[in-house]
Ligand binder design. Structure first.
Ligand SMILES: Nc1ncnc2c1ncn2[C@@H]1O[C@H](COP(=O)(O)OP(=O)(O)OP(=O)(O)O)[C@@H](O)[C@H]1O
Ligand SMILES: O=P(O)(O)OC[C@H]1O[C@H](OP(=O)(O)OP(=O)(O)O)[C@H](O)[C@@H]1O
Ligand SMILES: [Mg+2]
Length: 282
């Protein structure tokens, strides 16, 4: 039975549960449930703090887990990224008082507050910058400068609203771009059942990222139209009752939907229909 760790709280918890539900797994009914067996799918879920998940996976006490790339890298565990999951996206960035420190080089000799001390120390070491100290805080890191424990912070930025509200400004390149990832141990064979979990999660990602596009096109123009919608393998082309026309069906990346529809219309396709994909196994 594959043991899967899932975030019990925080930003990653709800989207992780939603993705597993889409992938056909059992859901917990009560957020106080800590372990949930799903014998029909031969897996068992453990609801853990997202920060601890890479630690459990690295120690081998659970087989795989869902956590943030930033949390995994900060954990110094043996867990490695197996599959990016496309949610919980954030950047990890330096910030300081507006008009103050504005380059990473200037961090030299200053105090940095963060919830991700390993990430920050490694990044600065890589640039040859030596801070006066790295202060580890659990949260509300933005307040650390005002309260005098640090000169600079490094924190998760999603919309930037929290930083703006604290009167802070981002500087330097992003330290990291993060998203939720499925992690596993690097130094052991893939656990039994991981291939099924991976295919199911990839199926959910594909269903989210692609739409199904159907259209009619004059048969003489099929080659031109198909060049715009090559699909994943090859599009389906079917004859219509009126043989001067053909019907085409292909998968298209969701964000390209309107550009592709414009291009198809331009070469003479009509009755262009777009449908969401509910589930998919490639
Ligand atoms: N707006 C956000 N705030 C915090 N973390 C975010 C955000 N958006 C995405 N994330 C990601 O979520 C993970 C952090 O989750 P975690 O549960 O530890 O913190 P949290 O969501 O701030 O929860 P809490 O502070 O309530 O404990 C990281 O991988 C981080 O990159
Ligand atoms: O860029 P934004 O969209 O504003 O989001 C980023 C902020 O959200 C998180 O804080 P959270 O609300 O989890 O509080 P915490 O600092 O106590 O963890 C994170 O630590 C940032 O402070
Ligand atoms: Mg937080």
């Amino acid at each position: 039975m594959l043991r899967i760790a899932v975030p019990n709280k925080g930003s990653l918890s709800e989207p992780a549960a939603a993705m597993l539900k889409e992938a056909g797994y059992r859901q917990r009914r009560d957020s106080r449930e800590l372990v949930l067996p799903d014998p029909d799918n031969d897996v068992e879920f453990f609801f853990l703090r997202p920060r601890d998940i890479a630690v459990y996976v690295g120690a081998g006490t659970v087989d795989v887990g869902i956590t943030g790339r930033d949390l995994m890298l900060d954990s110094e565990s043996d867990a490695v990224e197996h599959l990016p999951l496309g949610f919980g996206r954030s950047t990890f960035r330096f910030a300081a008082n507006a008009g103050g420190i504005s380059t990473v080089q200037q961090v030299d000799g200053h105090r940095v507050a963060t919830s991700y001390p390993v990430l920050v120390a490694e990044y600065l070491r890589g640039l040859g910058v030596t801070p006066a100290g790295v202060v580890r805080l659990d949260g509300a890191v933005e307040t650390a400068i005002r309260l005098g424990v640090a000169d600079v912070i490094a924190d998760v930025v999603e919309t930037g609203t929290t930083l703006r509200a604290a009167g802070l400004e981002i500087f330097g390149d992003p330290i990291l771009r993060s998203e939720a990832v499925l992690v596993r141990r690097s130094d052991v064979d893939a656990p039994a059942g991981l291939d099924v979990l991976t295919r199911r999660l990839q199926g959910v990602l594909t269903a989210q990222q692609y739409v199904l596009m159907d259209y009619d096109v004059p048969t003489t123009l099929v080659e031109q139209a198909v060049a715009i919608t090559p699909g994943l393998e090859s599009p389906t082309v079917s004859p219509l009752h009126n043989r001067d026309w053909s019907a085409v069906r292909a998968m298209v990346r969701r964000e390209e939907t309107n550009r592709v529809m414009d291009a198809l219309y331009g070469v003479g396709a009509r009755a262009i229909l777009v449908t969401s994909i509910h589930a998919c196994r490639l």
